[in-house]
Design a protein around this ligand. Structure first.
Ligand code: GUN
Length: 296
C-alpha cells in the first residue's frame, strides 16, 4: 500500500494559526514578540532561510529585524551586534544565521547569545538542559520532527527510532529529545553515522527512520522495513538544467521507492523544512510569554 504523505506545510500552517492567537494575546498585554536575526554575507541558501524566517514572523504578527553585516565583517563586529540584540528589550529571540565566514569563530558567537533569547537552542547551556530533560527552548528542526510525528498520529513513545546522522543541529539534539521520559518522546533511540559499519542492519529494525545525513537519496527502499515511518530532514541542492533556478531540492531518501513500502513519509520540499521555521517562531513567542509571566 502506498504510504501516507506527511505534509509539513499543512501541519506548519496549523501551528502558525495557533501562534497567531498567542501573539494576539501578548499584544493585548502590550507585548509584541520580537525576533532579531544576524546574517553575515549573502550566501544564497542563508538569504533564502532568513527571508522565510522574516516572512513567517511578520505573518503571525511578530516584530522582526534582520541585521545584514558584510561578508568581511570582523568577529568583533558580529559579537557587538549580538550584544546589542541581547540587550534590546524589543527582541525576545536572537539568532545568528549559520554558516558564518571562516574568519569568524562560530562557537564564540553562539556562546555569546543570551541563553534566554537563544531561539535556535544552539547555546551549550540550552543543549545541556535538553540532555538533562530540564525546561529550555527546543532546537527547531528536532522539535519540528517530533511535532510532525505526534500531530500525524505517529507518537514515538515506545517505538524504535533510528536517527541517521549525528550533527549538532539535528542528530544529536533529536536523540536527546526523543529519549526523554516525556510525552511525545520516550522512544528507544539508535544513532547511526559515517562510522557505523552496517547502517542498513539498524535502519531495517526501525519503526521510525529519521534521515539527517545531508547525502542525496542515501536511504534506499531496501534499508526500510515494510510499514515503517520515514522522516526526511535532508535538503540537498542537485543540479537540474530543466529547473528555473538550475537546481532542485532532494532529500536524503529515495522518496519514490520508499513510498511504496513505508507506512508514511515526508516529502522534500514540503516536509520538515516548513516545520523548522515554525518552531523558531514558537520559541520566540514562548520567550515573550515567559517575559509576560504567562508561562513559568
Ligand atoms: N543554518 C542552517 N540551519 C540553521 C538553523 O536552524 N539556524 C541557524 N541560525 N542557521 C542555520
Amino acid at each position: 500500500m502506498a504510504a501516507k504523505i506527511i505534509k509539513g506545510t499543512e501541519v506548519a500552517a496549523q501551528i502558525r494559526e495557533e501562534l497567531k492567537e498567542r501573539v494576539k494575546r501578548l499584544k493585548e498585554k502590550g507585548i509584541t514578540p520580537g525576533l532579531g536575526v544576524v546574517l553575515v554575507g549573502q550566501d544564497p541558501a542563508s538569504v533564502s532561510y532568513v527571508t522565510a524566517k522574516a516572512k513567517g514572523a511578520e505573518e503571525i504578527g511578530m516584530f522582526e529585524q534582520t541585521i545584514n553585516l558584510p561578508a568581511d565583517a570582523s568577529e568583533e563586529e558580529v559579537l557587538r551586534t549580538v550584544d546589542r540584540l541581547n540587550r534590546d528589550p524589543r527582541f525576545h529571540g536572537v539568532l545568528v544565521q549559520l554558516p558564518l565566514p571562516k574568519h569568524v569563530n562560530t562557537e564564540k558567537v553562539i556562546n555569546f547569545i543570551s541563553p534566554e533569547k537563544d531561539v535556535d537552542a544552539f547555546h551549550p547551556v540550552n543543549q545541556g538542559k535538553l540532555l538533562r530533560g530540564e525546561p529550555c527552548p527546543l532546537p527547531c528542526t528536532p522539535h519540528g520532527v517530533q511535532q510532525l510525528l505526534v500531530r500525524s498520529g505517529f507518537d514515538p513513545g515506545g517505538k524504535h527510532v533510528v536517527i541517521c546522522g549525528r550533527s549538532n543541529i539535528v542528530g544529536k539534539p533529536l536523540a536527546a529529545m526523543l529519549m526523554q521520559k516525556k510525552k511525545g518522546a520516550n522512544a528507544t533511540v539508535t544513532v547511526v553515522h559515517t562510522g557505523t559499519k552496517d547502517m542498513a542492519y539498524f535502519t531495517r529494525q526501525a519503526d521510525i527512520v529519521v534521515a539527517a545525513m545531508g547525502a542525496p537519496k542515501a536511504i534506499t527502499a531496501d534499508m526500510i522495513r515494510e510499514g515503517a515511518v520515514v522522516i526526511d530532514v535532508g535538503v540537498n541542492r542537485v543540479e537540474d538544467p530543466t529547473a528555473a533556478k538550475g537546481f532542485r531540492l532532494v532529500g536524503d531518501c529515495d522518496f519514490e521507492a520508499i513510498k511504496e513500502k513505508a507506512a508514511a513519509i515526508t516529502p522534500v520540499p514540503g516536509g520538515v523544512g516548513p516545520m523548522t521555521v515554525t518552531m523558531l517562531l514558537m520559541n520566540t513567542v514562548e520567550a515573550a510569554e515567559r517575559e509576560a509571566g504567562l508561562i513559568p
